[in-house]
Design a protein around this ligand. Sequence first.
Ligand code: ARG
Length: 464
Amino acid sequence: MSDLRSRIGGELAPTMRRFGSSVDLDQRLVEEDIAGSIAHATMLGEQGILEAEIAAALIGGLEKILEEWGAGSFTPGDEFEDVHMAVEARLLELIGPEGGALHTARSRNDQIATDLRLWMKRKLEELDSAVTALIEALLARVKADGHVLIPGFTHLQRGQPILLGHQLLAHAWGLTRDRERLAGARSRVDTCPLGSCAMAGTSFPIDRDRTASLLGFGSVMENAMDAVSARDHVIETVSSLAILAIHLSRMAEELVLWSSSEFELVELDAAYATSSSIMPQKRNPDAAELVRGHSGRSTGALMGLLILLKGLPSAYNRDLQEDRFHLYTAVDSTLICLEVLQGVYSTLRVNQDRYEGALVGDPSLATELADHLVSKGSPFRDAHDRVAHLVARLESERRGLHELSADEISALDPELGPAGLAGILDPREATNRKRSRGGSAPGELGRQIALLRKKLGSDPAGFI
Ligand code: ARG
């Protein structure tokens, strides 16, 4: 077996062998590596760079290794520097010295770049399905509980009454942009570096379009040095995952708050909650807390990648071997978090009546009153001021907005009357009035759901 040490001589220190080998990280790339080699051997044969029988022998050997991998009998370890050397060594064992022809007109530099892009394309599809499933779970939750009245918060203080659906749809829009970001990243991953060799290209008459199309790539990378150096597609993907992780973390934080005994708005299903080793009453929202905690992984991976790549000289440097560590961290974390949150929202119990009575006369209806005064001709600032004074006075007297006397009502607006005030202060009516585009009124939620469903490629029929 060639260990590529004819020039250097001597043996690698055992520590260096362990330190240098990427075989552990490369376990996930075995199928991609073999696929890349089969495409390369096919093209070499078609171009007459290798004799047809040699190309066929290489392909036969590679297919056998793929079978062995599937059967669990090909088990490369850190005696190899990487997956490429492990596959080559097995090929030489299987078909003899002619196996050495496979590396004509390629380098491990374009090989690893190709393997990683193939792997990423597959994972980006899985990620898209997982984000889609979470959006679907949110839409299903909106269908079941979207009408539930809740206070909308700003600064974590009650702001204005809204429908629960309004808040859940806000998350669905963020996740929809995450899907778009990942699709954008995928379009830049989908371009083939194979045939770039070390960084200079090759004097052999290779056909790069052919290998790219055999591997299902949309296009070919046009500059060989860029092709082996570039990792911006990894940064872009992980950066999209870091943004997604922040969204998931904020959703998770909201579930933690809402499930607390102070809010009592939702309850996580037993399948996603745990108890305490000492406090028997506890029902902890661990699933949500862990999703919140996981956001450190993707954001950390992004930092790791940026630092890894900053200041690297051109073309391949061995540092690049570290890219996968960060990429895998972010991809694995995102997939499990998406799956868990999808389960959490699908099984969430919403305390539908929690705020029905609790918002009657609540100060969060003050904007309604100010808006009414504006409709009667007050400039908004004056209306704001009058209602602010009123709210301050009522608060000191421990009265709600709905407890105004007839005199106080006519002081605000002589034409209003108690029934008129009750209509203005009805929290559900207040949300029904938020019919501006993007507002919390039921019709607006329905319109958004239709738009989101269209983006998901699903049939909007039968929804709300
Ligand atoms: N094991 C390397 C990696 O994982 C593959 C490319 C190695 N190229 C080289 N010239 N040492 O990135």
